[in-house]
Ligand binder design. Structure first.
Ligand code: ATP
Ligand code: MG
Length: 574
């Protein structure tokens, strides 16, 4: 593309709302244009990168036999009402009515829509398994749209859905798509980690789910990772254990002590001169389980944090919120001084697995300004149940106790998920099985954040001067800048440009009437893998052009007649 006739503008200024490098660079390099909060127009350079990535996705999905479709972005409310998600989606989903007063929404995801297509098309096990995918616009009215394309409200997603007669087949296709995702992200050159993810409170225990996380400081997710054992899980899901702890052994009876105005673990432990893990943290929640309110007291070591997602999964709860002071009172609990002794019998008590039930702890006494010492769970309660409830943290060990884990920040670029029969059952889908009986098929769903990946690639690959595009999704391969005055050298440059196009290169031809400083700044900012320079003076002196790689800034002088061969060599070497 000839820049003198192009539609491209770069900017020096960093927009006020652009907090992270990828967002700043995408705006400054003229890839995108903001139209509203979380809403972006894709400009020619940005769109080329997005389309290149889409092509990689298509290529890899087609290779494993997936079928591309495109579903309407607006979907009827009726479909969502069949599965109960019309209400459950809450205000994330943009809903509206048409002129016949029918409910409609902008698709935040498409399980219902694809299941509807499936049930109207597939009748027999002979037609299965089948995987459908699309690359399409999604709308989610996110609470905090930010970071440009990273968390937009409107964004492009690749979503795929597979259908099967049995779990074995679902497992096989799940693995195929998992491998397909690895190939896609490898082709883009991303540094990513597939991590175990949380399947939600209602997921069955044998249903697998993984997220593909790009490691980057700007990531909104926390990943627990052990490089040695390759264990990796989203912190929401991660199961780890603490290093060896010296628990307090005691045979003394429980004793109440005065702890005036000390409602935090820190205050109480320093006052009683005891270690934090010799005390228990008590947290009270109201859970909705099968449409009923259940109150639960979760106990953790004093220096651990609760992972609410684990508690919710343990209770199989649809919702979980902290209990109010009023609710606590009714359960015999006193805020700030909560403990497990002498509480209402309808309160479910659960201990984190890391707690030694035979050791002695400080707990709240359920009296204002009082704590209890020497509480021994196995001795002082009629029954105790334990479950893994704690939030994994840096310094923990893998479950075998052998490897330390670290916390990394991650950007979720993809997600694969075994849905089981949630939607097929919910939408009464049945097909004939081998024995001629009607059976409910199983489903998997698989998403890639297309526009998020482009942002994540930049987040992972840039420097202070601009983007350093991975080869596979660079808008063009070569930034061809000319520093020419004479008409005859301009003609020569045009010839070179057309030779390069003929040789199959994608070239951004900077033939603008500007100096080298201006052009090189733009070249660095847009960050195409190769910069080619025709400098009139150098060319007249030596007959050579210059090739510089954006990554590593390697430079090569090359004669015009060797240009195509040399560019091919350099391209292959980067
Ligand atoms: P997140 O936890 O980041 O909100 P999610 O788990 O809700 O994402 P999924 O429903 O798994 O997202 O969607 C599939 C993929 O779509 C995600 O892995 C992510 O890459 C992408 N995605 C989700 N929300 C957004 C968004 N607001 N902007 C851009 N991409 C998104
Ligand atoms: Mg997800």
């Amino acid at each position: 593309m000839r820049l003198s006739k192009g539609f491209w503008q770069t900017y020096k200024e960093i927009p006020n709302d652009a907090e992270i490098p990828s967002h700043q660079l995408m705006m400054r390099a003229g890839l995108i244009h903001k139209s509203g909060a979380g809403l972006y127009n894709y400009l020619p350079m940005g769109l080329r990168a997005i389309k290149k990535f889409e092509q990689i996705i298509r290529d890899e999905h087609d290779k494993i036999g997936c079928h591309e479709i495109s579903m309407s972005v607006v979907t009827p409310g009726e479909l969502w009402k069949e599965t109960g998600r019309w209400d459950k989606m809450g205000d994330l989903m943009a809903k509206f009515k048409d002129k016949k007063d029918q409910d409609l929404c902008l698709s935040p995801t498409n399980e219902e829509a694809v299941t509807d297509i499936f049930r109207k098309t597939i009748k027999s096990y002979k037609q299965l398994p089948v995987t459908l995918y699309q690359i399409n616009t999604k709308f989610r009215d996110e609470i905090r749209p930010r970071f440009g394309l990273m968390r937009g409200r409107e964004f492009t997603m690749k979503d795929a859905y597979s259908f099967h007669m049995d779990k074995d087949c679902l497992d096989r296709v799940y693995q195929d798509i998992y491998d397909c995702y690895c190939r896609i992200f490898d082709r883009v050159g991303l540094e990513y980690i597939p991590v175990e993810a949380d399947g939600g409170a209602m997921a069955s225990s044998d249903s697998k789910t993984h997220e593909f996380q790009v490691v980057a400081n700007a990531g909104e997710d926390a990943i627990i990772y052990s490089p040695e054992s390759r264990y990796a899980a989203n912190i929401e899901k991660a199961q780890t254990i603490r290093g060896k702890l010296n628990f307090k052994q005691s045979s003394e009876a429980m004793k109440n002590v005065s702890t005036p105005k000390m409602a935090t673990i820190e205050d109480v432990c320093s006052f009683l001169k005891t270690e934090k893990h010799h005390s228990l943290k008590s947290l009270v929640y109201k859970a909705v389980v099968a449409n009923k309110d259940v109150f639960v007291l979760a106990l953790l070591l004093g220096d651990d944090e609760l992972n609410e997602i684990k508690l919710q999964a343990f209770l199989k709860a649809e919702h979980l919120i902290q209990a109010t002071e009023e609710e606590m009172k009714k359960l015999g609990l006193v805020k700030g001084f909560i403990g497990p002794v002498g509480v209402a019998t309808n309160l479910v008590i659960v201990f984190d697995k890391q707690i030694d039930l035979n050791a002695a702890y400080v707990v709240g006494a359920n009296e204002v300004d009082m704590h209890t010492e020497n509480f021994i769970p196995s001795r002082d309660l009629k029954s105790t149940q334990t479950h893994d409830l704690r939030l994994a943290k840096e310094g923990d060990y893998t479950l075998d106790g052998k490897h330390l884990v670290v916390v990394k920040r991650g950007i979720e670029v993809g997600h694969v998920f075994q849905l089981g029969d949630k939607y097929t059952k919910g939408m009464s889908v049945q097909v004939l099985d081998k024995n001629g009986k009607l059976a409910t098929p199983l489903m998997g769903c698989y998403g890639i954040g297309v526009t998020r990946v482009v942002a994540a690639a930049i987040e992972q690959s840039h420097d202070e001067n601009g983007i350093i595009w991975p080869k596979a999704i660079a808008p063009y391969q070569i930034y061809f800048a000319t520093i020419v005055k004479k008409e005859e050298t301009k003609k020569l440059a045009d010839e070179i440009y057309s030779d390069l196009l003929k040789a199959g290169f994608e070239v951004l031809y900077d033939d603008r009437d500007q100096g080298p400083g201006f052009k090189f700044k733009d070249a660095d900012l847009i960050g195409l893998p190769i910069r080619l320079v025709l400098g009139e003076r150098d060319y007249e002196a030596s007959g050579e052009l210059e090739i510089v790689t954006r990554k590593g800034a390697q430079s090569f002088k090359v004669k015009k007649e060797n240009l195509v061969t040399e560019l091919k060599r350099v391209w292959d070497s980067i």
